[in-house]
Design a binder for this molecule. Structure first.
Ligand code: PA5
Length: 438
């Protein structure tokens, strides 16, 4: 049983039901090649069965180690870039209080999670080190290849800092490394230092790794229920596998719809949310689809907006700019809290017509009104609906997008599991830096 729902009725102007059904045979073939591991990039399909295959002993060990860091630390720095940080940050931000950084550890019931190694800005690192001088902290360092420059530089600074602060022996107890089972500089370093180490499976690529220790450890340390997260993903895994008809399979509906829109000139897909806690989820989605599909001079360009904030900036472009856009709206039914707009006897702001209404009601009307305007303005809308944001619904959403992305990449006839294009900047940067051996 899943709670996620997809609604493509607001694309009707451009897509007929008949058009969708023309993809039935093709999507079935692609599903087969995903499940039987026979398609492009089939070495990297380990994520497909991950939710069902995660062992109880791995989950227990993650929970135990997370508990240790929760007790020993007020701050935990997660070091990683791309797929090695976006997933955990997306989940933590979606589940956390909007003003998490201002809460005490007791109120949060968990350390504050900070991120590093996702940029090479000197001021970011200097500010972080200064903050950590006075904080009780630990580190989770994540790199599948174990050789990525950004997290390697950040970890070199942080390793020096934590060893100076706590001494080498105690520092060792405050570092968890997540990397390849056998190879890479981080693996070597972790073995040398004797860090607690977790493995990223060989057959799971970075951007599909959020349900491995890469995402699960930071999320558990942040105080969230990883069993519920996995349960949600497992429910979605089972559902997508059992629904053989395109029209009953939300991942197939999404993948096909966006490909039809793409073929009709809608080459930019904008993910929209009406809940600021989902802003980083959009970043995770952008990486997943951008890195998976943007190759061989093909692919939809994934962009993101946070509404209603961006209705007062990019909203103008979406309504009236170049008509090569469609939107995918993450629509959440129920917020966690209830706030009713108060009545004001003077009504100088003219808001009494909505007094006694919840803010969420106004937000919903903004969502409906925006969709009507954008669809009228030739911007088709796909709705992905969730009853609320919690660990289980996020688990569903993650697996839903992973499967949709694989399927969509196959419809586009690209390998959704490689990223040859990211090497170009690295080669130039290494040459400019004079890296030996080039
Ligand atoms: O999806 C991917 O494979 C990439 O975005 C990687 O996650 C990113 O480049 C970081 O790589 P690594 O984990 O090897 O440091």
């Amino acid at each position: 049983m899943i709670s996620l729902n997809i609604d493509i009725s607001k694309t009707a102007g451009l897509i007929s039901k008949n058009e969708l059904n023309l993809f039935e045979k093709e999507t079935n073939l692609h599903f087969k090649s995903i499940y039987n591991k026979t398609g492009k990039g089939n070495d990297f399909l380990g994520w497909v069965d991950l939710p069902v295959n995660l062992s109880q002993s791995l989950i227990k060990s993650i929970e135990n180690d997370a508990e240790k860091l929760k007790k020993s630390s007020d701050v935990v720095v997660v070091v990683g870039i791309g797929g090695s940080y976006l997933g955990s940050k997306a989940i933590i931000d979606a589940l956390s209080n909007n003003f998490n950084q201002l809460l005490d550890k007791d109120e949060r019931n968990a350390p504050l999670i900070l991120f590093a190694g996702q940029n090479i800005d000197e001021d970011y690192m200097a500010d972080l080190l200064k903050i950590l001088d006075s904080k009780n902290y630990s580190i989770i360092v994540i790199s599948k290849s174990g050789t990525t420059t950004e997290p390697a530089i950040a970890f070199r600074f942080l390793k020096n800092h934590i060893e100076k602060k706590y001494g080498k022996q105690e520092a060792k107890n405050r570092v968890i490394a997540i990397t390849d089972e056998k190879k890479g500089a981080l693996k070597k370093l972790s073995d040398n230092e004797g860090y607690t180490t977790y493995v990223i499976p060989d057959d799971v690529g970075g951007r599909y790794s959020v349900l491995t220790p890469v995402g699960l450890i930071p999320v558990a340390v942040a105080g969230f229920n990883i069993k519920q997260l996995i349960k949600g993903a497992e429910n979605m895994q089972n559902h997508l596998k059992s629904e053989k008809q395109l029209n009953d399979n939300p991942a197939a509906i999404y993948a096909v719809t966006r490909n039809i829109l793409y073929r009709k000139g809608k080459t930019i897909e904008i993910m929209a949310n009406y809940c600021p806690r989902l802003a980083t989820f959009t970043e995770w989605w952008k990486q997943l689809f951008g890195e998976s599909e943007g190759k061989e001079n093909k692919g939809l360009f994934p962009a993101g907006v946070n509404f209603t904030t961006d209705l007062h900036s990019l909203g103008q472009y979406i309504q009236e700019g170049i008509r090569n856009i469609f939107e995918t709206v993450i629509s959440v039914e129920k917020p966690k809290n209830q706030l009713i707009i108060p009545d004001d006897p003077d009504n100088l702001d003219g808001l009494n017509y909505i007094s006694d209404k919840r803010i969420s009601y106004v937000n919903k009307m903004a969502e409906k009104g925006t969709s009507m305007a954008h669809v009228d303005g030739d911007v088709p809308n796909i709705f992905i609906k969730l009853p609320e944001i919690n660990e289980q619904t996020l688990g569903e959403l993650i697996y839903f997008f992973e499967m949709s992305c694989a399927l969509s990449g196959y419809i586009l006839k690209v390998n959704p599991f490689d990223q040859p294009g990211v090497e170009a900047y690295k080669t130039n940067m290494f040459k400019l830096l004079g890296k030996p051996g080039l």
